[in-house]
Design a protein around this ligand. Structure first.
Ligand code: PXG
Length: 436
């Protein structure tokens, strides 16, 4: 083994050639900080990848994983069970809206999304409505990288290489409009009418062909798209009227990101299915989940013939280590009141990020909960370059941010304090002063 040979690892969503020419490695993490391979301390402005919500190296979680590995490392989950999976499902469902009492486990957000889409199809078929197979996503939506999620997703670079994808998919328009809603604080006033586009798609395809609509309540990956006031309410109303299931992809918004257990709580809107991952185990062990409303679950169960009711699952659905990590994580969120803490921090965070309104290159800032997007004007002829240089400059000066295109996205651990928020904002400000 050659420890410093970088060739074999084909890195995900990475400019491999650039990285391998100039590697930036993380070798340790604790609380709000990473340690880089050169020993530098890096303030984590992104909770890893929107996932280490309680901060890093939290002892109750790492202890639980250690204990579980020594006690029951793995148990088959098909036709057999182990107690932690049932406890974890109960703990997750207790955190979900009251009508949502069933949980199906996967190992990632992508798998949670494909699971939710399949459950939606199974639901309609169970009702004798098996012609409802169409799935509606949204432009600029990100639902992971498996075929279902990629198909309902709305990111051209993630789609164009991989053929025709799922048939029978259509997309709503995205909700970002900088000319109407620049520098909005919280939910923009403009844009609720964009949900009415669903009526157009229903007119085009027929409601009786549509199984589900999937959206991120707040779109993270494609640059922080905050839902306009009234938009999600309207989507809920239209889907309910037409017997279409509504799926909230809460892989990012679940577990306190908006200062509530889920975005469904935050917005007061209950979808039929919720996809979760990331913060479910504080990102320590891979795990995803789908929260399923009772009416969806019961319909599938009640009409299934004797035998396996849903032909779906993964070797590692409800893996013991993930369940142990998840139970310790949910308990930590509760005992430290981290969702409430995030809600309390949100106004300070909002004022801090909006201080960058006059910084060089900035054309928009938008925020909700502990999420912010800072959009830069692209450098002519070099889209994405400017933000990538800001990313590198921040990293080399001890602050981890995330960039997508020319948008900076911030999503710090919920344990961040005021001084650390200021530090991140000041670093971005000075990096913006340096890049061309
Ligand atoms: N849905 C949503 C809303 C996501 O944000 C996924 C599904 C897929 O999850 P997995 O666990 O399969 O990766 C995601 C993932 C970024 C970034 O920087 C965001 C994600 C992943 C990696 C980077 O914005 N979100």
């Amino acid at each position: 083994m050659v420890p410093n040979d970088l060739a074999a690892h084909w890195m995900p969503f990475t400019n491999n050639r650039a990285f391998k020419a100039h590697p930036r490695m993380l070798v340790a993490a604790d609380g709000m900080f990473y340690t880089s391979h050169s020993g530098a301390s890096i303030l984590d402005g992104t909770a890893g990848l929107w996932c280490s919500n309680a901060g890093h190296n939290r002892q109750p979680i790492t202890d639980a994983i250690r204990r579980q590995a020594a006690e029951l490392d793995f148990a088959p989950g098909f036709q057999l069970g182990h107690p932690m999976a049932f406890s974890m499902a109960s703990a997750v469902s207790a955190m979900l809206p009251t009508e949502m009492n069933r949980v199906f486990f996967s190992n990632s957000g992508s798998e949670a999304v494909d699971t939710a889409l399949k459950i939606a199809l199974a639901f309609h078929r169970a009702r004798g409505d098996g012609q409802r197979t169409r799935l509606i996503g949204r432009e600029r939506g990100y639902h992971g990288t498996n075929f279902g999620g990629m198909s309902v997703g709305g990111i051209v670079n993630n789609r164009r290489t991989f053929g025709p994808l799922l048939p029978g998919v259509d997309h709503l328009p995205h909700t970002l409009n900088i000319s109407e809603a620049a520098f909005s604080r919280g939910q923009p006033e403009w844009g609720a009418h964009l949900a009415d586009d669903l009526e157009r798609l229903i007119g085009l395809h027929g409601a009786d062909t549509i199984a589900a609509v999937i959206v991120e309540p707040l779109a993270g990956s494609t640059g922080v798209l905050v839902p306009p006031r009234g938009y999600l309410e309207r989507l809920r109303e239209i889907t309910r009227t037409h017997g279409i299931l509504l799926i909230f992809d809460e892989v990012i918004t679940g577990f306190g990101r908006l200062g509530a257990p889920t975005a469904a709580h935050f917005f007061g809107i209950t979808p039929d299915l919720i996809t979760l991952a990331k913060g479910i185990t504080n990102a320590t062990v891979p795990m995803g989940a789908v929260g399923v409303s009772d009416h969806v679950h019961d319909t599938v169960m009640q009409t299934a013939p004797d035998g396996i009711e849903l032909f779906h699952g993964y070797t590692y659905s409800g893996h013991p280590l993930a369940c142990a990590a998840g139970l310790a994580t949910l308990e930590l969120y509760r005992s430290e009141q981290l969702f409430e803490q995030a809600a309390a921090l949100a106004p300070y965070f909002e004022s801090a990020v909006h201080r960058l309104a006059d910084a060089r290159h900035v054309i928009d800032i938008r925020n909700l909960g502990l999420v912010a997007g800072i959009e830069l004007a692209p450098r002519p002829g070099e889209p994405g370059k400017r933000a990538m240089e800001v990313f590198h400059h921040c990293f080399d000066n001890g602050v981890l941010i995330r960039v997508t295109g020319d948008i900076i996205a911030l999503s710090p651990p919920l344990i961040i304090d005021h001084a650390q928020i200021d530090r991140i904002v000041e670093q971005i400000g000075s990096s913006l002063g340096v890049v061309r």
